[in-house]
Design a protein around this ligand. Structure first.
Ligand code: C5P
Length: 250
């Protein structure tokens, strides 16, 4: 598509890529993390529904465990999902970054805005998804939802053996720090270029766009967009769902 005929970010349809190919070893033994149940429904289905709840999002690409694409496809077929949204499943890779790239490779040409959302953040509210989309449509090449920190953060010299004392080397000013969540939103061309250019391992997609020298902006995140990483996070997620059932009646 030529630059003249390419729709602007304000007009273009929005797709979401959900990397769900991780093993989730920190949760303990069992099924891949995204397939574990929360209140009887796989975490991945919660995450897919959370993104598809946004009226902006018309395609969701799920990046499945490399040997689990068929299983994930039948899982999506077995659960009620919004009819106005299309779904695709592709096999993932060795790292989160590779999984996201494989998702981007499957993106049809008309989508000019891409959200990348961890399957491990199943409870992100639709208001957060919409805020990210709107900031990209307003012209930011990359947008992250972010929250202020409750804890003071120290930079340390990591010890050789786990549990050994670690010298503190710096204390960044807490008021200037943010904990970053997903979905992160991107102008598609910027994200694709970042994935082609940055080869070192990173923990989020926005930092790759940062490395290209492009502007990344933060919008308010949400406490319910937390990442399910450890067993206690499953308890918290079940509690959030129970509260939603009480207050929203579903
Ligand atoms: O491991 P971590 O919690 O950082 O994973 C974040 C997200 O990336 C999860 O949704 C996980 O399924 C996904 N991931 C992936 N492919 C990998 C590793 C992680 O899609 N190889």
């Amino acid at each position: 598509m030529s630059d003249e005929s390419r729709p602007t970010p304000a007009q273009t349809p929005v797709a979401a890529v959900i990397p769900a190919a991780g093993r989730g070893v920190r949760l303990g033994p069992g099924a891949p993390k995204a397939l574990r149940a929360l209140s009887g429904t796989p975490m991945l289905i919660h995450a897919v529904r959370a993104l598809a709840a946004s009226r902006h999002v018309s395609l969701v690409i799920v990046v499945a465990p490399p040997d689990g694409a068929a299983e994930v496809k039948s899982l999506l077929d077995a659960h009620a999902l919004p009819e106005r949204t299309d779904f695709l499943v592709v096999p993932g890779g060795e790292s989160r970054q590779e999984s996201v790239r494989l998702g981007l490779d499957a993106l049809p040409p008309q989508y000019g805005v891409v959200l990348v959302h961890d399957a491990a953040r199943p409870l992100v509210p639709v208001e957060t998804v919409d805020a990210v989309v709107e900031a990209v449509r307003d012209g930011a090449p990359a947008v992250v939802p972010a929250l202020p920190l409750a804890d003071t953060v120290k930079e340390v010299e990591p010890a050789a053996a786990a549990g050994d004392p670690e010298p503190v080397v710096a204390t960044p000013e807490r008021a200037r720090l943010r904990a970053v969540q997903t979905p992160q939103g991107f102008d598609r061309a910027a994200l694709v270029r970042a994935h082609e250019t940055v080869t070192e391992n990173v923990t989020d997609d926005a930092s790759m766009v940062e490395q290209l020298g492009l502007t990344v902006v933060a919008v308010p995140g949400h406490e319910e967009a937390f990442k399910v990483t450890r067993p206690l996070d499953l308890v918290l997620a079940e509690a959030v769902l129970a509260r939603r059932r009480l207050t929203d009646g579903f």
